[in-house]
Design a protein around this ligand. Structure first.
Ligand code: PEP
Length: 253
């Protein structure tokens, strides 16, 4: 089964609206020869209009970093899937570990956001991953299986066309520590097997599973060479077009 590689930047809270067009244009220019790869910039919601305008006519897709599950209403500070679509973005990150750690996100709220995103026609990049404590306590499999089963409850085989899973070991995010390719592949295989139990093996084979956690040009190729690693969710290295393009180049190889 050949799955198109997907490299998505997660800009986090790092780029201002006035800086957005330049970064998107630089990413588009630096990655234009790597057409086999789906290239996405997930930006703060306030940057989306500038990102969409700058990406127009290029191969670069735009996404946001969170969405709410309700269409509208009294949810101060939240953003609906309809608003994201109306602004021209097509992807949304859901359940990033920073949302879980700092903003009370749970597997249940991840599930609501993911289902709302998919139902609206957005591609949901659903993040899962264990903390160092959980890994060291021997709870890796238990945590991944729980995050998958609760986070993706009610997601059907048909919905999987709009689903990307990002495996992000929390201990590797922004720390410079990367899972080894073998460590990452082991968890990606577990994720695919768990997904097969939820939506069937045939559909599970079609779903892209990204690795995230200090991915950079120097380690991307060996991670992306693994059978079940279908792309990357990139934090720090997404903020410099040349670094981001180095990862896209590795995915294109
Ligand atoms: C992330 O936050 O999704 C991430 C993978 O960050 P970094 O690449 O900086 O580790």
């Amino acid at each position: 089964m050949s799955r198109r590689k997907i490299i998505a930047g997660n800009w986090k809270m790092n780029v201002k609206p006035s800086e957005t067009a330049a970064l998107v244009k630089a990413v588009a220019e630096a990655t234009k020869d790597f057409a086999s790869v789906e290239v996405v910039c997930c930006t703060p919601a306030i940057d989306v209009p500038a990102a969409v305008a700058a990406a127009a006519g290029t191969h670069v897709g735009v996404g946001t970093e969170n969405c709410h599950w309700e269409d509208h209403g009294a949810f101060t500070g939240e953003i609906s899937t309809g608003m994201i679509l109306d602004a021209g973005a097509k992807y949304v990150i859901v359940g990033h570990s920073e949302r879980r750690q700092y903003f009370g996100e749970t597997d249940e709220t991840v599930n609501k956001r993911a289902r709302a995103a998919i139902a609206a026609g957005l591609t949901a990049i659903v993040c899962i991953g264990e903390t160092l404590e959980e890994r060291e306590a021997g709870k890796l499999n238990e945590v991944i299986e729980r995050q998958m089963k609760v986070g993706l409850a009610g997601v059907t085989a048909a919905d999987c066309a709009k689903l990307v899973i990002a495996y992000e070991p929390v201990w590797a995010i922004g720390t410079g520590k990367t899972a080894t390719p073998d460590q990452a592949q082991e968890v990606h295989a577990l994720i695919r097997a768990t997904l097969a139990g939820l939506v069937g093996a045939e559909t599970a084979e079609t779903v892209r599973i990204q690795y995230g956690g200090s991915m950079k040009p120097s380690n991307a190729a060996e991670l992306l060479a693994k059978k079940d690693i279908d792309g990357g969710l990139i934090g720090g290295a997404a903020l410099k077009a040349a670094d981001f393009a180095g990862i896209v180049a590795a995915a294109n190889a």
